[in-house]
Design a protein around this ligand. Sequence first.
Ligand code: MLT
Ligand code: ZN
Length: 451
Amino acid sequence: MTRTLADELARVAGREHVIADPEVRASYERDVTGRYRGEAALVVRPARDQLPGVVRACAAAGAAVVPQGGNTGLAGGQIPLGGAVVLRLDRLDAEPRIDRAAAQARVEAGVTLADLQRALAGTPYEFAVDHGARSAATLGGMAATNAGGSQVFRHGAMRAQVIGLEAVLADGSVVTRTSGLIKDNVGYDLPGLLVGSEGTLGVITELVLRLIPRRAHRLTGLLGVASTEQAVELLAALRDRVPSLVACELFFPEGMELVSAHRQVEPPFRIETGAYVLLECAGDEPPLDELAAGLEHAPRPTAEAFADDTAGRERLWLFREAHNEALNAAGVPHKFDVTVPLDRIARFEREVRRAVEPSRAVVYGHLGDGNLHVNVLGPPPEDTEIDALVLELVASHGGSISAEHGIGQSRRAFVPLGRSPADIAAMRAIKHALDPNGILNPGKLLPALVV
Ligand code: MLT
Ligand code: ZN
């Protein structure tokens, strides 16, 4: 069957775009954390107009299809299971088209976030979602997982940026909602449904994205604070007093040490501190005065460093953004990406560290929207006890077991902690209606059916 399918895919996409060699396939079969490894029957790299034919060929052969963007996903959603065909979308990379009057960008799914940022340089616009994996993460993958990043508390996650999209469904038909009209209420919101569906309902091929005005001045501040409670108080003091605040990130001394050692960089200040808060402001005027006035109402930092030039700002951001990379170099972490109500963050952070002992938790995240990344080094990857422990604690605090990385493989068994039986039944019904043979990204997102 595989040889026949390989021939058929070669007929549709060209022999040079069908990869069967196990050595070449290998990089598409494992993720950056080293936790997820799978096996693909084939990897195919279609052009956009070949994609419906590729999906139809796979459907006819009964072969499962796993869409893959930049392979930066952290929940294993993009990794093939049981010999599926990986649909690599890197050839969908036409130059983004910017509509200045409408403040919109039209991008193909394989365009990276950094490429969009480059295309917007020199325009009056920016893209609202940003995160550390920008150079490899594709906009199609970010939409498929409803990715978030550091500016969500001001601008929302990917779903809030998607005005429209085109997607190929399981039977090879194409849904198109790419007019760019922001008022268009004809029926169900299919783009809203496809965003965050992690390749289980359709393969996103093009996006129409909302843009935000580019602000002339940016300022980054790294502040030491005595405790997590004080970090939350600081956020409360700044949120409304500092309208230019676009990011408020949190990390801890263990993360500062890990990143400094991994990247061989000196921390901006050496002082004992309970937590670090990284602030980013963007304004039409230099934001320092506004920020300084806001900080008057916040707990006094133990130390602080500010930068308003690109190199200086990037130096401060590195201590936060290199956490993931430093962790992956240290071992194979159990990664949790959770949201907890802001008034529970400090308690949750204390309790989760205690719950995973004697293992070490490295905690960091996006304080502005209550999103913590809890990383546990020590227990072997297959130890699911630790996963249950952490995610049940999250649920007991009224939190969400998946904030911005998606469910993928990693959290599918725990979906009932976040969704009722009625919710899950409705999701299954949608999946069955759009993909009755279950060829799109099987084994992901929805919990396994217990029969
Ligand atoms: C981040 O916020 O750094 C990313 O979501 C990646 C991670 O969780 O490590
Ligand atoms: Zn994050």
